[in-house]
Design a protein around this ligand. Structure first.
Ligand code: PLP
Ligand code: COI
Length: 340
């Protein structure tokens, strides 16, 4: 397979159209057979549910070239199941989970020339999504939907790759108790846009959201879960009903416990405890694990002992083991790697 002539090593996290994408439509209570198309444009009613009332949910996962030249994806079944949960919360029909995985495979296969080579530092990002297409003017769910999957080659989510990030404690809330913080709905990201723009204007890389009910507990950022390492070497991640159940975070906890023999805790993390942590990272498909060097709470700086130059040692071990599994250098747990 001849790869495209792309400067893989200098890709940022940006959209580049590729050749084929998958489309399936839902009408009269059923999904059609679906298939690949070269058409990157979506034509829908001006009054479509997605445009009026933001009825849309999405996923993100990656395809990799392994050390021995295979093309693989990482735990796509978990994205399929999370998309189902997201869809149900927004009154949308789930896309069948087996067909989701099949659609992902078809898109990767059809765009294999865009899967970055092993060792290039880039990956192929896949974006499955589902949205209401027919007109709704009263507030109600659509009854026609489209499911699509496109892909685009990407580099690191944060500029500077693995350079530690500076976060601010955000005054805006991301998710309400009993709201939609636990699903991957476009609306959660729409409401984070002002927060991220103002964070960037103030010189921060990202926002640390606290729980909106008490503003005392760590939740997540706009696009990743938190992972902390205590001074005793325990890996701690916040437990909350209002954060996205990150597949990367769940995988890292398993890696920490079963590959690295570390103690792991998934529990509430009071913001007060952050100043006592040894390391902090952001984990997600796009973020992989991006180290955090500094957190600023209204002028008060918390500097992680791991510093501003490189990842802390435990974060680095987690990063190396997870990416080793994804790139085929380290044996994966059963079912984690799906070959195309
Ligand atoms: N939290 C939010 C808000 C996200 O958008 C993402 C990205 O998908 C994550 C966490 C990380 O989830 P995952 O590891 O499944 O990509
Ligand atoms: C992902 O990591 O897949 C996400 O959806 C995060 C997004 C902010 C790019």
């Amino acid at each position: 397979m001849d790869k495209k002539q792309i400067d893989w090593g200098n890709l940022g996290f940006a959209y580049m159209p590729t050749e084929q994408r998958y489309v399936s439509n839902y009408k009269d209570g059923a999904w059609d057979e679906g298939g690949l198309t070269t058409d990157a444009n979506v034509v829908i009613s001006e009054c479509a549910g997605v445009l009026q009332y933001a009825q849309t949910v999405f996923e993100g996962l990656k395809a990799y070239t392994t050390e021995d030249g295979r093309t693989v994806t990482f735990r796509p079944d978990l994205n399929a199941s999370r998309l189902k949960d997201s869809a149900e919360r927004l009154e949308m029909p789930a896309f069948p989970e087996d067909r989701f995985v099949e659609a992902v495979k078809q898109v990767v296969k059809a765009n294999e020339a865009y899967v970055p080579p092993y060792g290039s530092g880039a990956t192929l990002y896949l974006r499955p999504y589902l949205f209401g297409t027919n007109p709704v003017i009263g507030v109600k769910p659509a009854d026609e939907f489209q499911f699509r999957v496109f892909c685009t080659p990407v580099g690191p989510y944060f500029k500077g790759g693995v350079k530690p990030l500076t976060l601010r404690v955000c005054d805006f809330d991301r998710a309400a108790p009993h709201g939609t913080g636990h699903i991957k709905a476009g609306l959660n990201y729409a409401m984070s846009l002002h927060a991220i723009v103002t964070a960037h204007e103030e010189g921060f890389d990202e926002n640390m959201y606290l729980d909106s009910a008490t503003r005392t507990k760590v939740e997540e950022t706009g696009g990743a879960n938190f992972l902390f390492v205590t001074k005793e070497g325990t890996v701690v991640t916040p437990k909350s009903s209002t954060i996205l159940p990150s597949i990367t975070r769940r995988s890292l906890l398993y890696v920490a416990e079963h590959y690295l023999g570390l103690k792991v805790e998934e529990r509430e993390v009071p913001f007060e405890e952050v100043k006592d942590m040894a390391e902090c990272g952001l984990c997600g498909t796009a973020a992989v694990i991006s180290p955090v060097g500094k957190i600023v709470d209204h002028g008060k700086e918390i500097c992680m002992p791991s510093g501003m130059d490189e990842m802390g040692p435990v974060t680095k071990k987690l990063y190396d083991t997870l990416t080793g599994i994804q790139m085929g250098r380290i044996e994966a747990p059963e079912g984690w790697i799906v070959e195309i």
